[in-house]
Design a protein around this ligand. Structure first.
Ligand SMILES: Cc1cc2nc3c(=O)[nH]c(=O)nc-3n(C[C@H](O)[C@H](O)[C@H](O)COP(=O)(O)OP(=O)(O)OC[C@H]3O[C@@H](n4cnc5c(N)ncnc54)[C@H](O)[C@@H]3O)c2cc1C
Length: 410
């Protein structure tokens, strides 16, 4: 049984732990946060990622917590609708997918499905030393352990990537903005719509439905070059975000009040992660740590779930031989990853215009695209873009060694 250390207990980490355990490996997850991280807005399960969730047996839990969003509406400072993209128009292939679930709910489901996996919360990898037979890991807590393999599932700012592949600047490309998410008291009944007010200066003030209509998921996003701030200082990050939005219309004042009280505040750059080779010796990357098109491209959760399945599956198919498995994982995933990292036309500039004219132009474009007969053309092109991957069955699935050992002991 090979031991595998997974750094990161977000989405990709627990997903790869799930499959590794299923395939007979002994995974350990180390997560820097003191416990499972709540927070985030709705993320979607589309195409092959839904197939993976089905194979994991997660769909009943996902469906139970599924949100039924009706679409995305851009609103003006007085709340009137400027343009909208109803979900059914693109048959779930647009910004709102058929299966939408809160990121925190999905993370919780994944951690619940890996209850037999060892989780080390409140710790992180400080040093990695590889030799031909294994990897010596020193943790920030001072603990030292040896593993057969290490997987970096620690997000855009992956420490495993920094330690084993090189500095962040080589792989993370800032797309010119920041996104923050947090939960607030709902200032209005959203009627299942995601609403975004775009203000000049490339600023988004958004609300997305929560399960409980008394609450909403707030989104504050702004265009900016790279800023320097302490990623552990949440209050400083809140002040930074607040300073960009004071004085704006719609529900901004209410959202900023909620920002101060939020205990699930999250902010990060809008960045693209590109790593030419996803493995170095006994260390591999999965999810945002290895490939990420940014929240603007979407699909981060889908890529993580599928990447976790393929990485674990290829390791199982190669009977733990990482020299064969890691390149096979990349070869199988590459086209799909490139396809789903693509930004929508116009990218960040089109989505978050700087001027009033730019905002009016974007809204006009959306109204034209969603009008008849163009809506039909748009729907056809969105639907005719299936995921560029054949998902193997990985029939090498073996009996869970822990269960076998327990049964033998009885
Ligand atoms: C709190 C939170 C909220 C988010 N909300 C949204 C959202 O609303 N919409 C959206 O599109 N995307 C959101 N994301 C990003 C989204 O989850 C990812 O793009 C996608 O699901 C890929 O998942 P991942 O597991 O690769 O990365 P992530 O989900 O970012 O998970 C990475 C995990 O690694 C942990 N970590 C980081 N550094 C270390 C370290 N040195 N050692 C150990 N652990 C470490 C982090 O705490 C985190 O739990 C959010 C991420 C987080 C962490």
């Amino acid at each position: 049984m090979k031991t595998v250390l997974i750094s990161g207990g977000g989405i990709a980490g627990p997903a790869v732990a799930f499959w590794l355990r299923r395939f007979g490996f002994a995974p350990t997850v180390v997560e820097i946060a003191p416990g499972p991280r709540p927070g985030g807005q709705t993320v979607d399960l589309r195409g092959v990622s839904r197939v993976v969730a089905e194979r994991m047996g997660l769909m009943p839990a996902v469906v139970e917590r599924q949100l039924h969003e009706r679409g995305l509406a851009y609103v003006k400072a007085d709340g009137r609708q400027a343009a909208a993209m109803p979900a059914e128009l693109l048959d779930g292939a647009g910004p709102v997918a058929e299966i939408e679930i809160l990121r925190g709910d999905l993370a919780e489901i994944l951690v619940g499905a890996t209850s037999e996996v060892e989780y080390l919360y409140g710790d992180s990898v400080a040093e990695l030393t590889q030799d031909p037979k294994g990897v010596d890991v020193t943790f920030a807590s001072g603990m030292r352990r040896r593993f057969d393999l290490v997987i970096g599932a620690d997000g855009v700012h992956s420490r495993v990537r920094r330690l084993a592949f090189g500095p962040e600047e080589e792989f993370v490309h800032h797309l010119g903005g920041y996104m923050s998410y947090f939960t607030i008291d709902a200032p209005e009944d959203l009627k299942h719509w995601m609403k975004i007010h775009t203000a000049p200066g490339g600023r988004w003030v958004g609300l997305r439905p929560d399960h409980d209509p008394r609450y909403a998921k707030a989104l504050l996003s702004f265009r900016s070059p790279v800023l320097s701030y302490d990623r552990r200082d949440v209050e400083a990050q809140k002040r930074l975000v607040r300073s960009r939005f004071e004085g704006l219309g719609w529900h901004t004042a209410h959202i900023l009040d909620g920002l101060d009280a939020a205990d699930d505040f999250y902010v990060d750059t809008i960045s693209r992660v590109e790593v030419p080779e996803w493995s170095r010796g006994r260390v591999a990357l999965v999810g945002d740590a290895g490939y990420c098109g940014s929240p603007m491209a979407g699909h981060g959760t889908a890529l993580s779930l599928v990447g976790a399945y393929v990485l674990a599956g290829e390791l199982a198919a190669a009977e733990g031989d990482h020299v064969r498995a890691f390149p096979a994982y990349q070869a199988r995933m590459r086209a799909y990853v490139e396809q789903r990292m693509e930004l929508p036309p116009g990218g960040v500039k089109m989505a978050m215009p700087m001027s009033r004219f730019g905002i009016a132009y974007r809204d006009l474009m959306l109204r034209v695209m969603t009008s008849r007969p163009l809506a039909g053309v748009l729907a056809k092109s969105a639907v005719a873009n299936p995921d560029a991957i054949d998902l193997p069955a990985y029939s090498v699935e073996r009996a869970d060694p822990f269960r076998v050992a327990a049964e033998e002991a009885e």
